[in-house]
Design a binder for this molecule. Structure first.
Ligand code: C2E
Ligand code: MG
Ligand code: MG
Ligand code: MG
Length: 280
């Protein structure tokens, strides 16, 4: 009967919810373990000058080495956010990035920028700014070599508070990028008030190129008016690259150039290749 079918559906739904909750609890518990056991690693995706192909910087993207599986951040960052473990993970990402910049500087005399993703919960953490400053200082990292990527949701709820925080970062000299720009619901009038350095055009708009360039070109115009650096995310082919070059976008990242790479791969391709070892 319909009633039986309905109750079956409900039972199925409940079972699914339970399974999901159990998976979440397991993941939460193992995330705590993962920090202790050093199971996270950073991959690096190059950001290139589109004309010359020169390296401008890179974005640090976290991975979780869980047994023999490499877990994507999409699978655990949301859970880390909900449970608050993101604070510890985020501090690890900043520290690891500073350590890496220090290593490149000391061993290869190589200076570049690393962009670190900071999620919404992390951005509201009262200790964030001082942690970033302290860590950069400890590893002798110039603030302009570290860029903080936030998304629009990070400043939507409390713009005034966000402005205060971003101003502290900017005053200290750190870069500030808005990630996935154009996908959130931030108002353009806020944008002018935020002390930003960079807008990253979301991959969704790059994937529409070259056919539909309306959004990408609007963001490029806006960025120029506000005197911001623009980075195109998710460039996958020549046609997209050509459109961007023709429309005044000078920096980009994407699979067309390189996927995110493990540290040693990134070093082989972009660091050691261009910079001789200090003292050799
Ligand atoms: P995101 O910051 O927007 O990073 C860009 C994502 O797009 C990365 O996925 C990258 O691998 C992928 N990508 C780059 N180029 C291309 C391309 O040409 N085509 C396609 N289809 N994808 C491309 P990933 O590494 O899986 O990271 C996903 C998201 O997880 C990131 O999006 C970011 O929001 C979050 N995330 C990554 N690392 C961290 C972290 O250390 N902390 C925090 N809070 N979030 C992170
Ligand atoms: Mg990002
Ligand atoms: Mg993005
Ligand atoms: Mg994203």
């Amino acid at each position: 009967s319909a009633k039986a079918a309905g109750s079956n559906k409900w039972a199925f739904f409940k079972q699914q919810m339970t399974e999901r909750a159990v998976t979440r609890l397991r993941t939460e518990a193992s995330l705590h373990e993962a920090i202790k056991n050093n199971e996270f690693l950073l991959y690096f995706q190059p950001q290139l000058d589109l004309k010359s192909g020169q390296l401008i910087g890179c974005e640090a993207l976290i991975r979780w080495q869980r047994g023999d599986k490499l877990v994507s951040p999409m699978a655990f960052i949301p859970i880390a956010e909900e449970t608050g473990i993101i604070i510890a993970i985020g501090e690890w990402v900043i520290e690891q990035s500073c350590k890496t910049l220090n290593h490149w500087q000391k061993h290869y005399n190589f200076q570049t920028t690393i962009a670190c993703n900071v999620s919404t919960k992390q951005f509201t953490d009262a200790g964030l700014i001082s942690h970033i400053k302290r860590t950069a200082m400890r590893y002798q990292v110039k603030p302009e070599c570290l860029e903080i990527e936030i998304t629009e949701t990070s400043f939507m709820n409390d713009v005034e508070q966000a402005i205060v925080k971003l101003q502290q970062l900017k005053t200290a000299g750190f870069g500030i990028a808005v990630d996935d720009f154009g996908t959130g619901y931030s108002s353009l009038s806020y944008l002018r008030r935020l002390p930003l350095t960079t807008l990253k055009i979301d991959r969704a708009f790059i994937s529409e190129l070259p056919g539909n360039g309306a959004i990408a070109s609007t963001i490029l115009t806006l960025g120029k008016q506000l005197n911001l650096q623009i980075i195109a995310e998710g460039i996958e082919n020549r046609q997209q690259l050509a459109w961007l070059e023709n429309n005044g976008c000078s920096i980009g990242q994407g699979y067309y150039f390189s996927e995110p790479l493990p540290l040693d791969e990134f070093e082989k391709r972009y660091v050691v290749a261009q910079h001789s070892l200090v003292g050799l």
